[in-house]
Design a protein around this ligand. Structure first.
Ligand SMILES: *Cc1c(COP(=O)(O)O)cnc(C)c1O
Length: 625
């Protein structure tokens, strides 16, 4: 990785490095560091989630522009429509801005559960589409009928034959006595024989959890005809799986679904006029050119979809279908950036000043010391090998009781310093051995966030997210870094990886602030985030820009405080509060004045969140008095 932390690969021009800073590449281009400092100056601690609605707009604009260009290029007759799948991000600060920035596109919402359906019914502008996927009971289908009767353009996607009978029942109930029956549009999810690829490929293929086989499709169509509901059957749907990293599986799936569409049309499915291609459009998360995750562009994606649908429709002489997409990751990922303070660098003890050399040292230690003082470019490798060899011998001597703890500490420090010097002297050589040695001198950065809460896909799926410091960028980052979160779980770590290393700056966090930015965290991470160790969703804030281009901070939602978290777990927090206070009041270890002070402190602490206060925060608070 270069000095730019791969921003040219994953950044899409959304952020730029300018001197020491990384700036939002929009309007007055605020530096992420100044946004962070402004928010922290209001007393907010711990990690901060920044949302940028202009980046939601950018993605939606690009999606519609790509399909509009493809339709034009091929003179395609079907419409293009798009929906946001709520499961990707249901947070109100996101949805509110998504609806706001997509005005004019009739951009809709896709729901996969009753609660999501309620959001879709309340938030989708009338005229924009709603689709409902996933398994449904009678109550959920009734909600869909309520939406349809309220004027929503809503499509219910059948996942299994059983749902059809329920739909027919609800249809009769809701339309008893009506002159003109009102019903949602009916879609059918098809079980494709093609599968996706990558970690999220399970949504496609014969073994997939969702969709109807071709036998079931034909049966379903017969049931619709028998129930007199065939006129409502308008869409077939598939979803190949998320973060589709190659385009070929999609093309295969499109051919398959295209022929299912024409087959049903030829069978007489008059009202059928749309193919919903689900989501899957990938996001480039990689910071390293050799590890890129997506082998196609948005333009290629749109062109392939439109071209293939046209080709198949033409070959069978049926009308070109409307195309619906439900791309979620592509729309949401870039809008959110998590900023988290570094609390501590763990290996700072490996400084020359930490040496405890004696008047008389064991000979091997004397030699290590001499190697450290005289290592030069010409002999760097040889000295390095000698140092590693001495270390092995010294550790054996320690095990056998021949050297003491101070000698062992001197060994650790000297070898660490020699490796660092050698890497520096040999930095132009770039050999495998040097890369491996980097992991031995890696610095452990303790960062004030929870990986389980803020990057759950890193923990669960091994998904990488771009990470970089938001300051110091005119300096070369020299320290091979691993990142530790503050949970008490050893999985809460982003380990140093020799094959795609991360280097960070050598900073003294007692003297200066150092924040890391985790990018592309706007899709899936928030609602999948777990309260492991009872760390909560971080404080979030929305960054918009006014007409003059000046940025505005708004819609802050603070991280939950300790008692709210316990309340969520259904603890009786009033009882807990009373117990704690009573323990202080009843204690015989304090006088009345001390008790009052402690009670004041206790209520203050209970009103705060779980994240740690950084050293700088404590200093700043002291300064404020
Ligand atoms: C998850 C899902 C999507 C969104 O997929 P992305 O990869 O985030 O674009 C779309 N449609 C359906 C049916 C889904 O289940």
């Amino acid at each position: 990785m270069q000095r730019d932390f791969g921003i040219s690969l994953w950044g899409e021009g959304n952020f730029v490095i300018d001197g020491d800073d990384v700036r939002v590449n929009h309007a007055d281009k605020p530096a992420l560091l100044s946004l962070t400092q402004e928010i922290r100056a209001q007393g907010h601690r711990g990690p901060i989630l920044l949302r940028f609605p202009h980046l939601i707009k950018k993605q939606i604009d690009q999606l519609f522009e790509a399909f509009s260009a493809a339709k034009k290029e091929f003179d395609y007759q079907g419409d293009f429509r798009a929906l946001f799948p709520l499961k990707v991000n249901q947070y109100p600060n996101f949805i509110h801005h998504l609806i706001h920035v997509s005005q004019g596109y009739a951009y809709g919402l896709e729901a996969g559960s009753k609660a999501e359906l309620i959001i879709a019914m309340a938030k989708t502008p009338i005229g924009a589409p709603i689709t409902v996927n996933g398994f449904k009971d009678k109550e959920m289908i009734s909600l869909i009928y309520i939406a349809a009767k309220s004027g929503h353009h809503i499509t219910v996607t059948i996942e299994g034959l059983g749902e059809l009978e329920t739909i027919a029942r609800v249809h009769r109930e809701f339309n008893a006595g009506s002159e003109i029956p009102v019903a949602p549009s009916i879609g059918m999810r098809v079980r494709l024989h093609s599968t996706g690829i990558g970690s999220w490929a399970k949504s496609g293929g014969y073994g997939s959890k969702f969709g109807l086989s071709s036998t079931e499709l034909l049966e379903a169509y017969d049931i619709l005809e028998k129930e007199g509901m065939a006129a409502h059957f308008s869409m077939i749907h598939f979803h190949i799986g998320s973060q589709m990293n190659e385009i070929n599986p999609l093309k295969k799936a499109l051919r398959e679904v295209g022929h299912i569409y024409t087959g049903l049309k030829q069978r007489g499915a008059q009202a059928l006029k749309a193919i919903n291609i689900g989501g899957g459009l990938a996001v480039e998360y990689s910071q390293h050119a050799a590890m890129q995750e997506r082998n196609y562009s948005l333009k290629e994606f749109a062109n392939d979809v439109v071209f293939l649908m046209q080709e198949i429709a033409k070959s069978k002489g049926v009308e070109e279908p409307d195309i619906y997409t439900e791309s979620g990751r592509f729309v949401a990922a870039s809008h959110a950036v998590l900023i988290a303070p570094v609390l501590e660098l763990f290996s700072q003890e490996y400084h020359e000043s930490g040496l405890r050399l004696k008047a008389q040292n064991p000979p091997l230690i004397e030699e290590l010391h001499a190697l450290y003082q005289t290592i030069n470019r010409l002999h760097a490798k040889e000295y390095l090998h000698d140092a590693l060899d001495h270390m092995e011998s010294l550790l054996t001597l320690f095990d056998l009781g021949y050297i003491d703890l101070e000698d062992r500490s001197n060994t650790e420090i000297l070898v660490n310093l020699i490796i660092k010097k050698a890497i520096f002297l040999l930095k132009d050589e770039d050999t495998d051995e040097l890369k491996r040695l980097e992991s031995r001198i890696q610095e452990k950065y303790l960062v004030n966030f929870s990986l389980f809460q803020s990057l759950p896909d890193r923990w669960g799926m091994g998904q990488g997210f771009p990470v970089m410091p938001i300051s110091h960028l005119s300096q070369k980052p020299t320290r091979p870094a691993s990142i530790w979160d503050i949970t008490c779980d050893s999985d809460g770590e982003i380990a140093f990886d020799v094959s795609h290393p991360l280097h960070l700056h050598d900073v003294d966090v007692a003297q200066e602030e150092y924040f890391l930015g985790f990018f592309l965290t706007g899709a899936y991470q928030e609602v999948l985030g777990m309260q492991h160790n009872l760390f909560t969703h971080p404080t979030e804030i929305v960054v918009t820009f006014d007409e003059t281009g000046k940025y505005q901070l708004s819609d802050m939602i603070e991280a939950q405080n300790l008692m709210d978290v316990l309340d969520d777990l259904d603890y009786d927090t009033e009882v807990i509060d009373q117990i704690l206070k009573h323990m202080v009041e009843a204690s015989s270890l304090m006088d009345e004045q001390q008790k009052q002070d402690i009670l004041d402190k206790l209520s203050l602490y209970l009103s705060e969140n779980s994240y740690l206060k950084t050293i700088q925060a404590i200093i700043a608070e002291k300064k404020r008095g």
